[in-house]
Design a protein around this ligand. Structure first.
Ligand code: HXC
Length: 255
């Protein structure tokens, strides 16, 4: 089995579930270039790895999932360097995790800020530990959430609520994040990873083709009008039909 771990992340794979841990706890798992590049490469690798059915993203340490962009690294960048990075990296980064064919879950274990929340928003599902804090503080730093936040958050919680969070830059707690629908549920810290793994395993038990094609169809609902979405649903359904999986599953119901 390939070893995907490195100094900035660990990856453990068991029973079809990959747990990816951002591993820079001394800086609240902030996203530097190395970590972002490694996550992008990892998304491709895990999609191609037959041992993986579902991927869980979490953070090392007991304080943070991810405190966003590495501001120390950003602080030393020139305007030109920042622009180049954006030109060459951004398009890939904003769709890296969201573009995975396999389902993804963010297990949020503390601060989930800026680019860290945008990373979580790329995941299909989010579960949070009780003490987690959420925010998109970019505007307070003179920027805007430019890694998908202005697009994914309003699609998830509605335009007005997203505007409040983004324009104020305020932080909210886990209960509020659950109320708004940013996270699916909130659990005590000790139950976070077990809950995420249980959810992942429940998904992983289902036929792979059905899960992957259902994700394709669901994602289409966010990008098309109803007629286009229904068309996408039909196209996503066909590969399931052509697979023998369904026949085996419904065989016991035959007359
Ligand atoms: C680099 C960071 C960091 C970050 C924290 N650290 N966040 N380093 N990039 N995003 C470092 C601190 O400098 C400190 O290092 C160590 O982690 C512990 O942080 P503390 O501040 O001492 O901890 P605490 O008091 O518990 O506060 C935690 C915190 C706070 C609330 C998460 O650190 C914080 O507000 N961080 C910044 C969050 C943020 O604004 N992120 C960017 C979002 S904008 P030392 O060496 O001092 O021990 C974004 C898009 C890009 O992601 C915007 C472009 C400008």
């Amino acid at each position: 089995m390939p070893d995907y771990s490195s100094e900035v992340k660990t990856v453990a794979i068991e029973d079809g579930v990959a747990v990816i841990t951002l591993n820079r706890p001394a800086v609240m798992n902030a996203l530097n270039m190395q970590l972002r590049e490694e996550i992008m490469a990892l998304c491709h690798a895990l999609d191609a790895d037959p041992a993986v059915q579902v991927a869980i993203f979490t953070g090392a340490g007991d304080k943070a999932f991810c405190a966003g962009a590495d501001l120390k690294e950003r602080g030393s960048r020139s305007t030109e360097g920042m622009y180049d990075e954006r030109r060459f990296l951004r398009a890939k980064w904003v769709g890296a995790v969201a573009g995975m064919a396999k389902p993804t879950i963010a297990a949020i274990n503390g601060y989930c800020l800026g680019g860290g929340l945008e990373l979580a928003l790329q995941c299909d599902l989010r579960i949070a530990a009780e003490e987690s804090q959420f925010g998109l503080p970019e505007v307070t730093l003179g920027f805007l959430p430019g890694a998908g936040g202005t697009q994914r958050l309003p699609r998830l919680i509605g335009l007005q609520r997203a505007k409040e969070m983004i324009l104020t830059g305020k932080r909210i707690n886990a209960a509020e994040a659950e109320r708004l629908g940013i996270v699916l549920r909130v659990v005590p810290r000790a139950q976070l990873l077990p809950a995420a793994i249980e959810l992942a395993r429940t998904i992983a038990k289902n036929p792979r083709i059905a899960v992957i094609q259902a994700k394709v169809a669901l994602n289409a609902s966010q990008e098309t009008m109803l007629s286009g979405g229904l068309q996408a649903e039909n196209e996503a359904w066909l590969p399931c039909l052509l697979s023998d999986t369904w026949k085996a599953k419904v065989a016991r119901f035959k007359d």
